[in-house]
Each structure stands twice: as structure tokens, then as C-alpha cells.
Ligand binder design. Sequence first.
Ligand SMILES: [Zn+2]
Length: 481
Amino acid sequence: MKKLFLLLLLTSFSITAQQVDLAYYLPDGTYNPAIPTPKSVIGHEVGEWHVSHDKLAEYMKALAKSSDRISIENRGITFEGRPLLLLTITSPENHQNLESIRKKHIDGTNNFSADVSNDKIVVYQGFSIHGNEPSGSNAALAVAYYLAASQDIDDLLENTVILFDPSFNPDGLQRFAYWANTNRSMNINPDPNDREYREVWPRGRTNHYWFDMNRDWLPVQLPESKVRIESFHKWLPNILTDHHEMGSNSSFFFQPGIPSRTNPLTPQMNQDLTKEIATYHAKAFDKIGSTYYSEESFDDFYYGKGSTFPDINGSIGILFEQGSSRGHAQETVNGVLTFPFTIRNQFTAALSTLEAAKNMSVKLLEYQQDFYRNSKKSETNKAIVFGDAKDAAKTYHLAEVLNRHKIKIHELNADVTIDGKTFKKDYSFVVPMNQKNQRLVKAMFDVRKKFKDSFFYDGSALSFQHAFCVEYVNYFSVSKT
Ligand SMILES: [Zn+2]
């Protein structure tokens, strides 16, 4: 008994005395002393406490103020009035020409430039869309510091535009930080039964109205999604990363997911590139001695998710899942999982993504242009029509979703009958297939009834004309009318 007591004391002591230092996360190198560290602004080390959104925002603003590599914008507010910040991180020279870099990038997806070797690659890095999966947003503190302060990344910054979204879900992050910090003991108790690890309902996963925002990338109904999708279409990133957490007994997952659960509208090349990017994560995790896996869980099917939505837009969406400490340190089948450890893994994946982007930029830029070039070649004389003769509001709100995705639609200039169905002027819209976002249109309107696999992690069949309960005709020949 005495021995057990001593052992318990030692365990408790080791967790209490765990000194978290910024150096734990950072690679060796030279750092600009003029850039404020997270601790100097928010008052505690990364991983010592769960960062509240207020402090996260305070630090991002401080970084933007002190670094000519970073600009910051507030794109709107959450239901609870928190800012929806986006940092743009690139070289100071690129910042001088940012709008022309953006236009050239978008132009490449419209007119397909012959040579992309001098083009900048665009990477969107987003964290903790589920607020109680906090290692992502807490890692964002260290990643942003690294990108502002490291003096060894000129090459990366010169060739990359990073759109950095430190918190996809500010209200959920704040709710979870309150819980974990309020219930933290002076001597951290890693017993999973401790109150700290039993977050009270409704928990921090969702936003203010308890919506899971990681199903809203396609429907775009929530304020957080609206500004994010606007940023996405404005820049069309080549890679988008989505940092999550999963059960505490797991290690670290990165995509590809289970191959048979990939949406058939996603080109095979997308999965091949995802796999090649994964080799960078594997190498980085080997270097720090963390375990990981790929292709054995999660899927890439429902386009309303952050890691799948980019796949139908010429981009590569990547899901990261870290086993959660769901507090400051928790016992698991693998031993005590500390919060700083989970943050370090997310930090490592964020950097390996940028390494892959830098080395694979030509491949990824060419892939994106091919994606849109091939879209324009097929079904050019076809269209979709949808409407409801009695309820103009349903039609209007479906059209609103399409507008948010920059999908071209037309009003009817007269009543029309197609395949025996009559569509009334002012109550119907036509979606031509001859447009840039043709594959995204298909993602919303295809009626899928056959699947390669009978199991899914997530949504499988979803068609917007059924979700909105409107009459429709899919892919009719325009010559018919
Ligand atoms: Zn999640």
C-alpha cells in the first residue's frame, strides 16, 4: 500500500512539475527576438492552460502588428460576437503584390497557364472546427509564432501564401476552454473519471446553436461557414487542412481515409496526391517519435466536411485526427496523454503540410488547373432545372446556397415543361453544366444510389433538390427546350 501511495505521488508530481516550454514544439533554428512569444502576450505557455478564444485573438493581432509577414482581417462575427479572424502569411514582398498574386492564381484555374513553375502555392490551414478538440487551435499559437519568427523559412514564404484560420469555431473553443481550465487541479489528476474530462452538456463541439459546423461546408448556413466559404472561393487554395481530435486511446490519423469510401466524383489523382503528402507527415512524425496511421479509418465521401469539400474544388482536403487528452493530461491505454503532446503532434502536421506544399507545388498547381480544364470539357450542353410552383421561398433558399458557392444560375424567362414536369417563371432556376464549378454542381445534385462500400463514417447520399423538396430535372439536353 505504501509503495502504491508513493507511486501515485510520483505520478502526480511528474505531471504537476511538467515544465512546458515553447522549445518543446519548435524545430531547432534561429528565431527573430522581435516577435512576441505566445507567453509574452497571453500570460501562459502553450499547453499549460487551454487557450480561450479571447487570448488566441489577442495573440494573432499582436503577431500581425509585429511581423511584416502577416496581415490579419476580421471577416465577421459568431453568434456570440467573437471575431472570425483570418491571417494571411507570406513573404513581405508577396504582401506588396497580394492582390495580383491572387488574381493570377484564380486566372490559372480559368484560363490554364502554360507554366506554373513560378506561381505561388496557396495553403489554407484551419483548426479545431470542433471546439472541444482543442489541440489544433492551441497548436495554432505555436505555428503562427513559428511562421512569424523563424529565420529559416524564406524559401517557404516566398513561394507560398498561407491562409491561416486559427479557430474555425470560436464559440465552441471558448466553451471548452472554460470547462477544462475551471476544472483543472493544481496537481493534475489524469484519472478519466475526474470532472475535468467529463465536460458538461452541450459540450464545446458545436457552435452557439449547437450545430456541427463540420457538416456545413456544402449547405453554408452558419455565419462561421459563410465567411470561410467566401475565403475559400476567393483564393481556391491548393491544400486545405482540418485539424481535429478523436478518442483518447488513439494515436494520430492523417488522410487518405479508407479508399473504398471515397466519393466517386473525386478524381483518383486527388487521392494519389493526398497519399504523397502523407509521406511528409510520416517522415515528420518518425522524427519526433510519435505514432500515427492512415487509410484505416474515416472516409472522404460527404462534401459538407472540411476535408472533403476541397476535393470537389480542385484542392486537396486533409483531415488530421489526434487522440484527445480532453483536458490537461489523461490516462489512456498508451499511458498518460498530455495536452502539450497532442499540441506538438498538430504542430508537426501543420509544418509537414507546408513542407509538402513547398516541394510539390508544381504538381499541385498543375493538378488544380487540370481539374478545372477537364470539368469544362464534359456535359457542356446539359443543364439542371429546379423549382416549386407553389413555394418560391424553397427555390430562393436553394439558389442562395448556389450563389454562396459562386455557381452560375439563370432565371427562366417563361414557363417551361421538361420531361413532363412544368417549371414556372419566377419559381424556378436553371443551372447550366457548362461552367467552372460543374463538379461542385454534381456534388449537390447527383442522386447516388449505389456505393462501393456498405459502411460509412459519415453522410453518404445527400442531394440538395431532395433536401429542399423541390421538383427537378437533372442533366437534360439544353437543345430540348
Ligand atoms: Zn472533429
